[in-house]
Design a protein around this ligand. Structure first.
Ligand SMILES: Nc1nc2c(ncn2[C@@H]2O[C@H](COP(=O)(O)OP(=O)(O)OP(=O)(O)O)[C@@H](O)[C@H]2O)c(=O)[nH]1
Ligand SMILES: [Mg+2]
Length: 612
């Protein structure tokens, strides 16, 4: 069980000296830092508190030029020590670091007034009041203010006790089974290879695990883990971790990469977010503004698309889509900070609502509402709405990194493996119904629409079509007959009244039932279209034996009887014998027998046929 505590504050206010005094570890590890007497990059230490509780420490640089390093260090902090030198009081980076802490919603912390050995008590009182006032409008409002001297050691024991108490009331970082380690440092140790460090969130890591780095996509295996300079077999969420990796070289990695289980984190260039612009931001966040996005340990240039209005004014909140120059590996709910490049200034911060969004129309209330629901936790439900043509459960879970259990609570219409939002389903059903109604109007003599045509009309994924159709049929929305789709109440009415082409055709064919005129001839004479013939055949009033021979139903039934009788008597039947028996001509009888062969009623043996 471990926590992460970070420093914050203006240059030279005594952050690193305080950490050394508290922990015995000098966080300034670079030669250049020693030479210049200032922190340049993040420094690390750890502290054992009076209760035995462990805190990993991240020491940040105060110099304005190194603010990006500070931003990489604040990710994952449970609590912050805002350091203010008693002899200088609140200074520009005191405020800027505090703004960042505030935008990242770090709400636990202590204000530590250092160098008290250098000032008189009255002065200390003034500085304390100033610090209290500065905190008042931030997430650290009301934080305890402690006075210490790293030189004399005054107040240091009290500070440890207060920090211990603060962490006692801090909930442990949650473990959602998807460990992420945003990398803040990469180095090599002779004989061991590549080591990355960071603050682990959302899950635990084990030695031997196969992991993936995003956005680079490189694979690596964990050879060893260390926490607070000790070897461990597993590291828990919410702790500082050093991971020795096999399979990646130091040169292939940078700060900003995220170490995670394969397939659990994806990199994206488009992000939807809710944000707040600082009340004393020098500028509003304008639509189209070029910004620097800082999230986790990553830093990436991005363009801000303001979703409603032309800007988000200082002191207000808004919704934006960020379009990044390079991919970043983040998760829904992650917090971020936006800075303007030049003159550089922190202007806004917020949380990601969708890390895999589409492009949105601007000024659309529905987009904002959907994002609000998403940020409120309805990630899966809102993700589903993005797929008007449905999505498989597997793909949906992958897109949102959600669990199967979450999917079972989803309000969705299911068709096999496919899920549809309610609106998408009814739109799809409407489309199917309208397509059929139109088809029936255009082809009143047809029983229905071929499946293939419906398939292209609905535009579903090929694999989704079958299950969706089955669900439509089950719901009674449409009916399937002989591979054709129809509205349930659709009936083919070949001829509303008698005396039309259909009845004339049947009459012509029935006049000499076994020696009818050729079909094309009869059609011409009756004025019957191919469509009418198709419909009559479909209905069963007419049996089409070949291209140009058709019998009426009565003729066909009688002919079949004759065939059966002939076979019963003679054992077989031939074209000639049947022609004589039925007083017909050769052509229709040949067509009849070939048709019966094709229907597998008869079988040809030499010149004769037998019943199957
Ligand atoms: N007298 C006195 N000097 C202190 C105290 N704490 C720090 N200093 C001195 O202040 C100077 C700056 O201290 P650092 O700890 O490097 O300050 P910092 O906040 O880490 O500075 P950056 O990392 O560059 O932002 C050093 O010379 C320290 O010796 C203190 O409590 N009393
Ligand atoms: Mg320092």
């Amino acid at each position: 069980m471990s926590y992460v505590v970070g420093t914050a504050g203006h240059i030279d206010h005594g952050k690193s000296t305080l950490i050394q005094a508290l922990t015995g570890i000098d966080p300034d590890r670079l030669e250049e830092e020693k030479r210049r007497g200032m922190t340049i990059d993040l420094g690390f230490a750890y502290l054992v508190l009076p209760s035995g509780r462990l805190a990993g420490i991240v020491d940040v640089p105060g110099h304005a030029r190194f603010i990006r390093n500070m931003l990489a260090g604040v990710h994952g902090m449970d609590a912050v020590l805002l350091v203010v030198a008693a002899d200088e009081g609140v200074m520009p980076q005191t405020r800027e670091h505090l703004e960042i802490v505030d935008l990242l919603e770090v709400s636990r912390g202590l204000a530590v007034v250092t160098k008290v050995d250098l000032v008189e008590p009255d002065w200390l009182e003034l500085v304390t009041a100033e610090v209290s006032e500065t905190l008042a409008t931030t997430s650290l409002a009301g934080a305890e203010i402690l006075a210490v001297s790293s030189t004399t050691g005054a107040g240091l024991e009290e500070l440890k006790v207060r920090l211990d108490l603060l962490l006692a009331g801090t909930p442990l970082r949650q473990d959602v089974g998807r460990p992420r380690l945003p990398v803040d440092r990469v180095f090599t140790i002779g004989g061991f290879g590549t080591v990355v460090t960071g603050t682990l969130v959302d899950g635990s890591l084990k030695v031997g695990e196969e992991l993936e780095l995003q956005p680079s996509g490189r694979r690596a295996r964990v050879r060893g883990l260390q926490q607070h300079n000790r070897k461990v077999e597993a590291a828990q969420a919410g702790s500082r971790v050093a991971a020795n990796l096999v399979g990646v070289e130091k040169d292939e990695l940078d700060r900003g990469e995220v170490l995670a289980r394969p397939g659990t984190v994806s990199a994206t260039r488009r992000l939807d977010a809710s944000l707040r612009v600082l009340a004393d931001s020098p500028r509003p966040l304008r639509h189209g503004a070029q910004v620097m996005l800082h999230t986790g340990t990553a830093e990436v240039p991005a363009r801000a698309i303001v979703l409603a209005g032309d800007q988000v004014a200082p002191g207000s909140t808004g919704w934006v889509q960020l379009y990044c120059e390079q991919p970043v590996a983040v998760a829904t709910g992650d917090r971020f900070v936006l800075r303007l490049p030049s003159p550089s200034a922190t202007i806004a911060g917020g949380a990601f609502a969708d890390v895999n969004p589409r492009r949105h129309p601007r000024h659309d209330e529905r987009v904002r509402e959907s994002l609000e629901r998403r940020l409120a936790g309805e990630v899966l439900q809102e993700e589903l709405r993005k797929y008007p043509r449905g999505i498989t459960e597997k793909a949906l879970l992958r897109a949102t990194l959600a669990d199967v259990a979450d999917a079972s609570r989803l309000e969705a219409r299911r068709a096999g493996q496919w899920l549809f939002a309610a609106e998408a389903w009814s739109a799809l059903a409407d489309r199917a119904k309208q397509a059929l109604a139109g088809y029936h109007r255009a082809h009143p003599l047809r029983g229905g629409m071929p499946r293939e045509e419906m398939k292209s009309r609905l535009g579903l994924a090929p694999a989704a079509f079958g299950p969706v159709l089955a669900a439509f049929v089950k719901d009674g929305l449409l009916a399937e007959r002989d591979g054709e789709l129809a509205l349930p109440d659709h009936r083919v009415e070949i001829e509303p009244a008698t005396g039309g082409p259909a009845s004339r055709l049947l009459e012509l064919l029935g006049a000499r039932p076994f020696a009818p005129p050729s079909l094309p001839e009869a059609m011409r004479e009756a004025g019957a279209s191919a469509e009418v013939v198709r419909a009559l055949a479909h209905k069963g009033d007419l049996v089409r034996l070949s291209e140009d021979v058709a019998f009426t139903r009565a003729a066909f039934d009688a002919a079949l009887e004759q065939v059966r009788a002939a076979v019963a008597r003679d054992g077989t039947v031939t074209v000639a014998s049947l022609r004589d028996r039925m007083e017909a001509s050769r052509r229709p009888i040949l067509a009849l027998l070939e048709y019966l062969d094709a229907q597998r009623i008869t079988r040809r043996v030499g010149d004769a046929r037998v019943l199957r």
